[in-house]
Structure formats: structure tokens, C-alpha cells
Write a protein that binds this ligand. Structure first.
Ligand SMILES: Nc1ncnc2c1ncn2[C@@H]1O[C@H](COP(=O)(O)OP(=O)(O)OP(=O)(O)O)[C@@H](O)[C@H]1O
Length: 260
């Protein structure tokens, strides 16, 4: 049985309100050194003489994020932010040069269960309510060793932690089917990952398309999650100065090069 799972069960049983959202299961120091990522792309597909060309997407990026810190990756569109985030989440197909370590160790299946990844596009069932979404996720993703009651306690804690109590009975919706607000929908997406209490939380553009107040609320929630000893990495396009000061570290990318 996983260390992480056992600890989560123990914590859940100790108190009626789980303390899992106050503390990460096992804090992780995420280190990446000289990360280079190349892909082969074809040019002149419609011509007989199509050539295979190498494109370097990440050109030696280095950094470190400690438990309790938020690293924001900035840069123009196409600078490699999503690629690096995907690499940090152990999801990048193909050959990656350089080193990415989690508490000094390479990516493993145990670490995979300890990483939450929030994609840029929300992957949600629009016709379910907020509560139904979390119940569904809890039943699907939490270990079988937890009872249904324990899973429901965790569900309630996530709804409270993410400030979704007022809209818990509204449908999630999408741009075509009305439902909760865009900011609330983003918090539901984050909650779907937070429910497994990951020690590393990676988020691709969690504030894109949101007004500055809603964006600040999302980053404040991430700040609280980081305070519990989690390691958080997010990509962001244009942070306002208010948001900028909420990050512990900033990595500025340009065409795959680290600038700052
Ligand atoms: N599998 C792939 N095949 C071809 N090109 C790719 C692939 N993955 C990434 N790229 C290219 O690598 C570059 C970096 O992409 P990436 O999505 O990481 O940028 P980004 O900084 O996240 O951009 P955005 O802010 O627009 O999401 C882009 O030019 C993109 O077209």
C-alpha cells in the first residue's frame, strides 16, 4: 500500500474534518536542471521532397521549487511554458535531456499519484452540479480503502476550501450551457486535483480569461495550498502587479530560453 494513501487514511480517521488540506502528505522539492526538449517536425508535407527538421523547444532550463512555494512561468505565446510544465508533470512524450528530480529522485509511479495537473481547458461534465462533480471524482480517484463516508467528508472539505459552498447545487455548465461563473468553474477544475491532496500541483494558465479580482482569488487559493507545504508551479500570460507579488519565484521564458 502506498505511503501516501496510508497517511491520508490515518489523517481522515483522526478527525471529522480532514486536515489533509492543511498539510501536504509528503512535501516535495522539485528540481530541474538544464532541461532540453527537441522535436522532429516535417517541412514541405505536400511536396515530394519533405524534410525532417529538428526544433528545439526548451533550450536548457534550470530551476528549483521548494515545498510551500509558488513558481510562476511567464513568457509570450509559444515560449515553451506548457511544454516545461508537462515535462515537470512527467507527461511529456519523447526524449527529454537534462534532469528533473523530485526530492532528489526521478519521476516514479508513486510520484505520479502525488502530482495534480490542472489543464488549461476545463475537463468537466457540464450537466453535473458542483457537488456531484466532486462526489464523482472522490468515488473515482480516492483509494478504495477509504469508506464512502470518509470520501464524502473529503468532498465537503474541498468544497469549503475552494469557496464553492454558495454554488454547490448549480450545474458546472460550459460556454454553451449556462452554469457557474468562469472563475468558479476554474476552481472546480482545481478542486478535482486537490481532492487527492497532491504534494505537487501544476496548473496551466489557471487565470487566463478571468478578470483581475477573480484571478487574484484563484492565486490566493493557490497561496493557501502552498502554505500547507505543497509545491506549486503555474504558467501565466500577463500577471497584474498585484498577482506578481504573490509568487515566490518567477521563471521568464523566451523561445525556450530562460531569461530570468
Ligand atoms: N508536439 C509538438 N509538435 C510541434 N510543435 C510543438 C509541439 N509541442 C510544442 N510545440 C511548439 O513548441 C513551442 C512551445 O509550445 P508551448 O505550448 O510550450 O508554448 P507556451 O509558452 O505554453 O504557449 P501558450 O502560452 O500559447 O500556451 C510552440 O512553438 C509550439 O508550437
Amino acid at each position: 500500500m502506498e505511503e501516501v494513501t496510508v497517511e491520508m487514511e490515518a489523517q481522515t480517521r483522526q478527525s471529522a474534518v480532514p486536515i489533509i488540506f492543511k498539510k501536504a502528505n509528503c512535501p516535495v522539492t522539485l528540481k530541474f536542471e538544464d532541461v532540453v526538449y527537441k522535436i522532429k517536425s516535417k517541412t514541405g508535407v505536400f511536396l515530394k521532397k519533405s524534410k525532417s527538421e529538428e526544433k528545439i523547444i526548451l533550450k536548457g532550463v534550470t530551476g528549483m521549487v521548494l515545498p510551500g512555494e509558488i513558481l510562476a512561468m511567464l513568457g509570450p505565446s509559444g515560449s515553451g511554458k506548457t511544454t516545461l510544465l508537462t515535462a515537470l508533470g512527467g507527461r511529456l512524450a519523447g526524449h527529454l535531456e537534462g534532469n528533473i528530480t523530485y526530492n532528489g529522485k526521478p519521476f516514479s509511479s508513486t510520484m505520479k499519484r502525488n502530482v495534480g495537473f490542472v489543464t488549461q481547458d476545463d475537463v468537466l461534465y457540464p450537466h453535473l452540479t458542483v457537488t456531484e462533480t466532486f462526489v464523482y471524482t472522490a468515488l473515482l480517484r480516492l483509494p478504495n480503502s477509504l469508506s464512502k463516508e470518509e470520501k464524502m467528508i473529503i468532498t465537503e472539505a474541498v468544497i469549503t476550501q475552494l469557496g464553492l459552498s454558495q454554488c454547490r447545487d448549480s450545474i458546472v455548465g460550459n460556454p454553451f450551457v449556462g452554469g457557474v461563473s468562469v472563475g468558479e468553474r476554474k476552481r472546480v477544475s482545481i478542486g478535482q486535483e486537490v481532492i487527492i491532496n497532491p504534494s505537487i500541483l501544476l496548473l496551466d494558465e489557471p487565470t487566463s480569461g478571468l478578470d483581475s479580482t477573480t484571478a487574484q482569488r484563484i492565486v490566493s487559493t493557490l497561496w493557501e495550498l502552498a502554505n500547507g507545504g505543497r509545491t506549486i508551479v503555474m504558467t501565466i500570460h500577463q500577471p497584474s502587479s498585484r498577482l506578481f507579488y504573490m509568487f515566490h519565484k518567477v521563471l521568464l521564458l523566451s523561445e525556450g530560453n530562460p531569461l530570468y
